[in-house]
Design a protein around this ligand. Sequence first.
Ligand code: NAD
Length: 484
Amino acid sequence: MVVKNVCCIGAGYVGGPTCSVIAWKCPDIQVHVVDKSEMRIKQWNSDKLPIYEPDLEDVVRECRGRNLFFTNNIEAAIKAADLIFISVNTPTKTYGIGKGRAADLKHIEMCARTIAEVSEGNKIVVEKSTVPVRAAESITHILSANTKPGVSFQILSNPEFLAEGTAIDNLLNPDRVLIGGEESEAGAAAVAELTWIYNHWVPPERIITTSTWSSELSKLASNAFLAQRVSSINAISALCEATGADVTQVASAVGKDSRIGSKFLTASVGFGGSCFQKDLLNLVYIAECLNLPEVAMYWQQVTDMNVYQRTRFAKRIVECLFNTVADKSLAVFGFAFKKNTGDTRESPAKYVCSHLLEEGARLNIYDPKVEKIQIEHDLTCPTLTNEPERVKKLIEIFDDPYEAVRDAHAIVVLTEWDEFKKFDYKRMHEVMKKPAFVFDGRKILDHKALIKLGFHTETIGKRFTRNSLLRSSGEHFPAFAWTP
Ligand SMILES: NC(=O)c1ccc[n+]([C@@H]2O[C@H](COP(=O)([O-])OP(=O)(O)OC[C@H]3O[C@@H](n4cnc5c(N)ncnc54)[C@H](O)[C@@H]3O)[C@@H](O)[C@H]2O)c1
């Protein structure tokens, strides 16, 4: 078989960009991205795509209608395809056994059943969603129990490593493409087909092949390691604040060790996104089910540290604002879980805002990409509050950051958008209540400059002391500054 027709089930943050890049790099392949959501498909076929990713629009514009199609006609696309990616969501279970920890595989199972029902001929089914180890076994089981005569399936694991905000670059220049397959002649042939697709633009040495189970576990392990680095440096940031060390200097010194490396060592208000927390919890659950409690506890601590970090930051805001934020306006800069995306899933901003709202703060929220309706939905959803009407009255969403800070007591930076660095903070300081505070949860602003402007400045992993500031600015230090 030479793959001529690809179908991708799930037109989300993974399916959309991944298949757009495949269509772009493989003009000889027809790519159909399908989804059960009519709204999502409509948006993919419109000028305003359902997700924001740098450069995505250009890729889609080039290929859509040529060899890239977005459609709700799931069955027809599956029937026509030689190779089917499953890129549906695998969220944390919210019910039953494993609630709050295990991955919910109901969407994956639904895909497997639909594939079995409508397929004719030979198909390669590729698990791209992040799944627990041995999920491919369940897919194989469902497919083989429902296979019609003349139909055969090969199941591969090909987890996606893209990061939102840099998805197109990650897809075009991946550190590695991982393909796991059955250790048999038919398995090797299927791996070769998928390798052939990636070979259109990925150098062969970056394409790794493993057993299916190793491939599945490698994805969970990669996310766990990444999250662990964030939690490790965040744990050190708490020590820095308590001792007078500066986490940026510590991270730089630690990262110079080539065995450790410098990436992913920026202390912050915590990690977010749809994957880290979900995949960690899934790993913990798997370890528990396999009677490996020490392993489970080890990885559980990584997510516990993340919760601690964002709670600690929210508490520090309240503390610095004289132990009360009730009825005070705070300008929140950033609501997405990271820059260059409009995605708010598990965004630390949600949790910090929720703590502040519980304390009675009024929040003026500005984010360059997150829609107003999304912010309102997130902050009033039942997992965050049982008082949605009260919350609605306390939040206001702004299109203009300069309006958001008017009469505010503080600016709270929760996403590392580049544009925040370029704001005119002098102008902002003038219209804010005094003393005016900045809480930089992402360590992106010029703190010395803010202090010079008269802001009381707080950030993660560093305390600004009267002495060090007097030395660095040579100017009078505001009376409200923190001193040890
Ligand atoms: N978002 C990321 O950065 C990222 C990175 C790597 C891996 N992953 C993994 O990739 C998978 C997909 O993630 P995502 O962020 O793209 O999710 P998403 O929620 O953005 O998209 C999933 C899509 O699948 C559709 N869907 C669900 N069941 C369906 C069905 N039976 N038929 C047709 N469509 C169906 C949904 O309507 C939705 O549009 C998850 O397992 C995730 O863990 C995500």
